[in-house]
Design a protein around this ligand. Structure first.
Ligand code: HMG
Ligand code: MG
Length: 327
């Protein structure tokens, strides 16, 4: 039976902001998350426990996680909040906050509700990008992720279960190695990450170089290797304007989870020239036009895109967003 529900993963507060050179106040980041929470989104990537030397903008992710735990953020539907944790140090920083919260909550009646939470590790499909983004080889990164995934799964599974997302970057083109990224390598890395316990693989077209035929070739290769469409999410950047075409190819291949960022915010610090993720406004408009159901209120999310781009002094990169608000 045809399933017309699609999950939109809003990555604006993390992928959208991580590359901004001027420090965005914590209050603005929290305001962004709270505004997004009202739009019908069910999944919001909220921060990143990475080295502040590598990505200074994400330095206050601890405060963001604490805020999410200590305040019931109003939302029409339950939301999963996600944070990147590339190593044990990052995971420990996140779980430390969760442990303290759990200890403080256990004495309260009724015990405060904890929102659904997810952590994310991120591998790369090429050796060059792995070195630039994680300072190690693909094989070493995978061995580093094994204990991170295991510890996340073992952490308070009954009270604060942590979902695990595993990204693979540069699957359709690498800033250092070009278009010839092996889909077989992507399949192999994805299989390894699922075997380690990841709940979902997010395939990143980090550079936005991906084309429709390459997307199809990649997904065909994954299915031949035994992966299932329900285990896979697509994470398109729109640098070359191909994100929605590639989304259609992925939809036809059975994928029902798509990442995007409000206002088309973003870029990757280790991918020169990469612009933002495909905008949430464009994605919602496109999917709904196909009869798919995202649950996201287009007007509401367009308002958020207009607000945040103004707030941080960026151009609103979303064509649909601009059209909807009449800009
Ligand atoms: P390293 O230098 O090899 O690690 O970096 P290290 O273990 O030697 O540590 C170096 C320093 O960083 C030490 O501090 C550590 O304590 C600290 P020092 O002793 O020098 O003062 N450190 C940390 N601090 C806070 N949190 C941590 C942490 N780990 C170490 N978790 C490392 C290795 C992985 C840490 C580094 O390469 C890193 O942080 N990389 C992250 C890069 C990043 O965030 N990239 C953007 C996200 S990925 C992305 O955008 C792609 C995606 O959107 C999908 C797509 O589009 O394809 C997901
Ligand atoms: Mg990205």
């Amino acid at each position: 039976e045809f399933d017309n529900r699609v999950k939109i993963v809003e990555v604006g507060p993390r992928d959208g902001l991580q590359n901004e050179k001027t420090t965005i106040p914590l209050a603005t980041k929290i305001d962004l998350i709270e505004r997004l929470a009202k739009t019908g989104l069910t999944s919001i990537e909220a921060g990143s426990f990475v080295s502040p030397k590598w990505v200074p903008q994400m330095n206050n992710s601890s405060e963001i996680l604490s805020h999410i735990l200590n305040n019931e953020i109003p939302s029409p539907v339950p939301i999963t909040y996600s944070f990147l944790t590339p190593n044990i140090k990052g995971l420990d920083a996140a779980t430390e906050i969760l442990s303290q919260h759990a200890a403080a909550s256990s004495s309260q009646t009724p015990e405060p509700k904890v929102p659904s939470l997810e952590i994310a590790v991120f591998a790369s499909a090429t050796e060059s990008f792995s070195q630039k983004n994680l300072n190690c080889s693909i094989a070493t990164s995978l061995e580093n992720f094994r204990p991170v995934i295991a510890a996340a799964k073992a952490f308070l599974p009954d009270t604060i279960p942590l979902r695990v997302r595993a990204y693979i970057s540069v699957v359709l083109g690498c800033p250092f190695e070009g278009y010839d990224v092996s889909p077989h390598k992507v399949a192999e890395i994805a299989t390894t990450l699922l075997e380690m316990g990841a709940d979902e693989i997010a395939l990143g077209d980090t550079t936005g170089m991906g084309t429709a035929p390459k997307t199809k070739e990649l997904l065909d290769c994954l299915w031949s290797a035994g992966l299932r469409s329900e285990d896979v999410a697509m994470h398109f950047h729109d640098t070359y304007g191909q994100a929605l075409v590639n989304t259609l190819v992925a939809l036809e291949a059975g994928i029902r989870t798509f990442d995007c960022s409000v206002g088309g915010l973003g870029g990757c610090p280790y991918s020169p020239g990469a612009t933002g993720n495909v905008s949430t406004e464009n994605m919602v408009y496109f999917l709904e036009s196909l009869g798919m159901k995202t649950g996201v209120d287009l007007d509401a999310v367009a308002d958020v895109g207009n607000w945040i781009t103004g707030e941080i002094g960026k151009v609103n990169e979303s064509a649909v967003g601009k059209a909807v608000i009449g800009a």
